[in-house]
Write a protein that binds this ligand. Structure first.
Ligand code: ACO
Length: 355
């Protein structure tokens, strides 16, 4: 019995490899650092979906298809509720899309992620919604639709770096959920909905908003030690730290730190975050001398998305906008396995008397 499935290998994949001892992440042959540095969203989609959809064109064609699909998704905005939160609105909006295994239906999900996330943010802020511009890249248009002003090249590059960094990560909880659902042949849309439902929990993709709450609550560098000691004494988990697989620093943390440091005006916030990180790591090493807990992807996610003026309530939906590329690739790979995923359980309940 292995309730967290940590020692179970449940899939062979060509998509990504997480080396938790060396602190390396390979996505389709590329180190994550390379993807973060120079692959825009359409290129990452092309990389991850290659081999699963014969219709897949070059990066320019994918970008154009994403643009057209964003315009189509915008027609659905207003037909579903957006009150209960941004990630919930994205999940609800996605549930209206076609649930098949076809490419045209699949590409609607990443495209709609940008539209529904931006719309839910503006709806929550009481601001008028902004229609997509199909001529823009996914990152440029997402920022423009959400904030109401065009994104600078540096901002679009930083968002692309984030989306590429989180696009895939082995058999994480949401990707596993997506693969289980795809194995039943329910459709790629169902797999995506399962993925986002698993992602939104605070132990997975729900962490970066609370990271920023922690940073804000600490407030000043000299308050860090007291704040962190008190949180640990209360038995709380510090968001943005620890990982099931990594026993060293999550390589995505530095990829994101590099991306945010290219944005003007971020040096002070990065220095403050680094200070908090140093104190947390010191305290966690003291509390758990036999279990190395390190910085994970979510810590600098929070710093980067904040620098892009993305409100914290949208962080998990933005994560889903990146990770949906991996969910659809994994779901497609699982469909190729032609076998339903069906593990066993050990019964510990009462046993009836049989005659
Ligand atoms: N803060 C304080 N204590 C922690 C933390 C943390 N961030 N992470 C783990 N611990 C503690 C656990 O409570 C456990 O203590 P115990 O033995 O007294 O119960 C001990 O360290 C060992 O835990 P692990 O086995 O390393 O944790 P696990 O692999 O089950 O969980 C997880 C990994 C969920 C990521 C955990 O580290 C955590 O909750 N982190 C905070 C939330 C977070 O940042 N999530 C994002 C992860 S990255 C991603 O999903 C994209």
């Amino acid at each position: 019995m292995d309730s967290g499935l940590e020692n179970i290998v449940a899939a062979e994949t060509v998509l990504s490899d997480v080396d938790g001892q060396a602190g390396r992440l390979i996505i389709r042959g590329w180190p994550v650092e390379t993807l973060a540095a120079d692959k825009p969203y359409a290129a990452v989609l092309g990389l991850l979906w290659d081999g699963f959809f014969p219709e897949l064109g070059d990066d320019a064609e994918i970008q154009a298809q994403l643009g057209r699909a964003r315009a189509a998704a915008f027609a659905l905005v207003g037909t579903f509720p957006m009150e209960s939160g941004v990630v919930e609105a994205l999940r609800t909006g996605w549930s209206l899309l076609n649930d098949s295994e076809a490419f045209d239906d699949a590409i609607a999900f990443p495209a709609a992620a940008a539209v529904f996330t931006a719309a839910a943010v503006r709806h929550g802020q009481g601001l008028p919604l902004i229609a997509p511009d199909p001529a823009l890249s996914q990152a440029q248009d997402l920022l423009r639709m959400m904030r109401g002003t065009p994104a600078s090249d540096a901002e679009a590059r930083a968002l692309d770096a984030y989306l590429a960094t989180v696009s895939d990560h082995g058999l994480n909880a949401s990707t596993f959920a997506a693969r289980v659902i795809a194995s039943t042949r329910a459709g790629l849309g169902s797999a995506v909905l399962g993925g986002i439902s698993a992602l939104k929990g605070p132990l997975h993709g729900g962490a970066p908003g609370p990271v920023l709450d922690m940073v804000d609550d600490i407030g000043t560098p000299d308050a860090a030690e007291r704040w962190i000691d008190a949180a640990l004494a209360r038995g709380e988990r510090l968001m943005g730290f620890g990982h099931r697989v990594y026993r060293v620093r999550d390589p995505r943390a530095d990829a994101l730190k590099a991306a945010v440091s290219k944005l003007p005006g971020t040096a002070g916030r990065i220095a403050f975050a680094e200070h908090i990180e140093t104190v947390v790591l010191q305290r966690l090493a003291r509390k758990y001398p036999n279990r190395r807990l390190e910085t994970n992807v979510e810590f600098y996610t929070a710093v980067l998305l904040e620098a892009l003026d993305i409100p914290r309530e949208a962080f998990t939906a933005i994560f889903a906008t990146g990770r949906v590329l991996g969910w659809i690739a994994h779901a497609s790979e699982q469909i190729g396995e032609k076998r339903i995923v069906r593990p066993k359980s050990v019964y510990r309940g009462p046993v009836p008397e049989y005659a």
